[in-house]
Write a protein that binds this ligand. Sequence first.
Ligand code: APR
Length: 262
Amino acid sequence: MENDDIERAGRLILASKYVVSLTGAGVSVESGIRPFRGPGGLWTEYGEPPMDGYQRFLADPKADWERRIKKEGYARELYKTLSKAKPNPAHCALAELEELGILRYLITQNVDNLHRAAGSEKVAEIHGNFSKLRCVQCNTRYETEEISLETLPPHCSRCGGIIKGDTVMFGEPIPTDVLKICQEETGKCDCMLLVGTSAFVYPAAGFPREVKGKGGVLIEVDLYETEITPFCNISLRGKAGEVLPQLVECIKVKLQETGSPL
Ligand code: APR
C-alpha cells in the first residue's frame, strides 16, 4: 500500500460532508478475535452456520437457552475470546476520528463492544452486542446480570416477551430500532469508510452499495480484496490496526494546515 493512497484517502474524507464507517470482523482481528471468512475465519473452519438459527430458537427457546448456558463448540471459544478482548489501535483510531468531528457515525457488524470500549459513542451495533440481552417483542435491552435465569426462557419485565441474547441470529430480522439508525445514517452519508468487512452479509452489505449508487465515495481498509473492492475509490491494503492510525495521523496534519472542521 502506497503512502499517497493514505494521502488521497485523507483528502477524500476531508472533502466529504458526512463520513460514516462500516466495520466488520477484520477490525477486531488484532484484538485476538477470529474473523468469519477468509484465512483463519470461524466459518472457513466450521462452515457457514444454518440460516434458520432464529426459527429454531423460537421453536424451543428453553432448549436454546440451555445450549447457550452450556456453551459448546466454537461458541465457547468465541465467548471466551470476546470476554477478554481489548480495543486495538484500529478501534482507537476510529474513536479519535469521531472526536475530531470527522466521523459522524459508526455502523459495526461486530458484537464485541470494542468500539464503545475504545470511546466511540455514535455506534450502531447492527448485529447486536454479546454482552447484552434483548426482548424479541419490544426490543428492550438488558445487561446480562440484570436477568435471572431461574426459569428459562427469561421474560421481559416490560412486555412479558421472550428474552434472548442481543446478538442477532442467522434468520433473525435486524431489530427495527437499530436498522432505522443505520438506514438514516447511510442516507446522510457521502463517504463510507469500510474497515475489515467482506461486505457479503445483508443488510449491512447494502449500505456501501447505496452510498456508491448515489455518487458517494467508498474507502476500504482490508487485508485482502473483497466483493466491494471494485466499487471503492480507494482500497488501503493492510492491517486495520496499522493503516487506520496512519490515516488519522494524515488527517490531523491536514487539519492543522487548513483548520479543523469542529
Ligand atoms: N485488518 C483489516 N482487515 C482484515 C484483517 C485485519 N487485520 N483481518 C481480516 N480482515 C478482513 C478480511 O479480509 C475480510 O474481508 O476482514 C474481513 C472479515 O470478513 P468476515 O469474516 O466475513 O466478517 P464480516 O464482514 O464482519 O461478516 C459479516 O457475517 O457471519 C456474519 O454476523 C457475522 O457480522 C458477521 C457478518
